[in-house]
Design a protein. Structure first.
Length: 413
């Protein structure tokens, strides 16, 4: 019989991977809670229209990458990202009545029908933050701080923050017209995707990866438009303030005028955090301001900003540094005493197991060396003297200690 395999672009997260995933989730809760953010969990599928209107029907995500299906004549889509879903919930649950800022964080699976490659899956996980209700650039600075400090808490430092301002719909319109004028003479030489983008979404021309297109966009006449300070005065002030805050807070960043992001809802600040250790799919975090989305999805006129990070990419950076071993394996031929000691350890927050089949001492020790950091040996002598022998399974050192000292001993390694 043929074996049914996991679907292309999806992966099992196996028990040995879990310590890293728990670590990422616990740190998210810890760090984002410090900023006053509350966790939200929205459904994995939503009305297709939410993404068409929210993410934008000129984007690759909506046009090519959605998992859409019909049920009872309704068109439903597995969420390709979670900003639209969180905004829907914000509106539906009247969260605009809460005192601003409303800070929400989330984690969970997302689905995009993309060509799978290292760092790119069809089902992947994001952890993200959305902050509602503040127009000032202080919110932009705080959101970027939340992202940077979360990455620091994960022990990830070799990262770069890139920033850009897309301006507001008015000044962006002027920019789009100028960009199209400059590119027009080369229109026939562009790749088919860029030819379509030229009309529908000219900003997206800037992050095309096709070498021939990139060469055209590096021509001086086109570069002059791209590098120009096209944003209007209020947008420029907003961006300059943000840069000032980041300078004061010691957050290093660079301005990248080619950073346009692949979703339609952004205005003003956009940012990405990339790693130098990830190959071509090197963005660990993407985010930005989306001041019109709440209104466009039927809510009040409420500004917002947020980001999301790819958890598989974070996990591969964290690597398998995190130890998945038990702290203690209790080696004992007296089942009652063994169970009692193991329970005592667990009650004190130590991960511990005990051989439930009462194998020979030597076999139990062998098992301990495979699964735990320490063997806690409880022989007849130890039981009588109310002591235990602790063996460090890394260096084989062992010592006999009083049972009351056991917890302390197992925490230091
Ligand atoms: P995004 O840039 O599409 O933004 O995704 C954010 C992050 O999710 C990426 O930087 C990457 O780490 C990860 N990611 C995206 N696609 C894949 C994939 N196919 N496989 C693995 N990882 C992936 C958003 O989704 C916006 N909702 C972010 C946001 C929140 N903007 C404002 N608020």
């Amino acid at each position: 019989m043929t074996i049914i395999k996991v679907q292309k672009g999806t992966k099992d997260i196996l028990p040995e991977d879990m310590p890293v995933w728990h670590f990422m989730e616990e740190k998210a809760n810890e760090v984002f809670t410090k900023y006053g953010a509350k966790e939200i969990r929205t459904p994995i599928f939503e009305a297709t229209e939410l993404f068409a209107r929210g993410v934008g029907d000129t984007t690759d995500i909506v046009n090519k990458e959605m998992y859409t299906f019909e049920k009872s004549e309704r068109s439903l889509t597995l969420r390709p990202e979670n900003t639209a879903g969180v905004v829907r919930s914000f509106i539906e649950n009247g969260m605009h009545r809460l005192s601003a800022p409303v800070k929400l964080w989330y984690k969970g699976p997302m689905f995009r029908y993309e060509r799978p490659q290292a760092g790119r899956q069809r089902q992947f996980h994001q952890v993200g933050v959305e902050v509602f209700g503040i127009e000032q650039s202080t919110a932009d600075a705080e959101v970027i701080l939340m992202a940077v400090n979360y990455l620091k808490a994960l022990g990830l430092n070799d990262l770069s923050v890139e920033l850009n301002s897309l301006g507001c719909p008015e000044c962006r319109e002027v920019f789009k017209t100028k960009l199209k004028e400059a590119i027009k003479p080369y229109l026939n030489e562009l790749c088919p995707d860029c030819q379509a983008r030229y009309e529908k979404n000219p900003l997206r021309l800037l992050d095309c990866k096709v070498p021939e297109c990139k060469e055209i966009y590096s021509k001086p006449g086109i570069q002059a438009v791209i590098q120009s300070d096209f944003i209007c005065e209020p947008c420029a002030n907003h961006f300059n303030e943000l840069k000032g805050y980041l300078d004061t807070l010691g957050i290093k960043y660079s301005v990248n005028k080619l950073l346009v992001r692949g979703l339609d809802y952004y205005n003003r600040t956009v940012f990405e955090i990339t790693s130098n250790n990830l190959g071509s799919q090197n963005a660990v975090c993407g985010g930005g301001r989306y001041d019109s989305l709440v209104k466009n999805l039927g809510g009040e006129d409420i500004p917002a900003i947020g980001f999301a990070m790819g958890m598989e990419r974070l996990a591969s950076l964290i690597g398998q540094k995190k130890d998945s071993k038990l702290s203690a394996y209790v080696v004992c031929n007296n089942p009652i005493e063994g169970l009692k000691l193991t329970e005592e350890l667990r009650a004190n927050g130590i991960t511990a197991e005990f051989d439930l089949t009462n194998k020979k001492f030597v076999k139990q020790l062998e098992k301990a060396s495979k699964v735990a950091d320490f063997a806690v040996i409880l022989g007849e002598d130890e039981i009588k003297s109310c002591s235990v022998t602790v063996k460090n399974l890394d260096n084989s050192e062992q010592k006999n200690i009083n049972r009351t000292e056991l917890n302390k001993e197992l925490f230091v390694k």
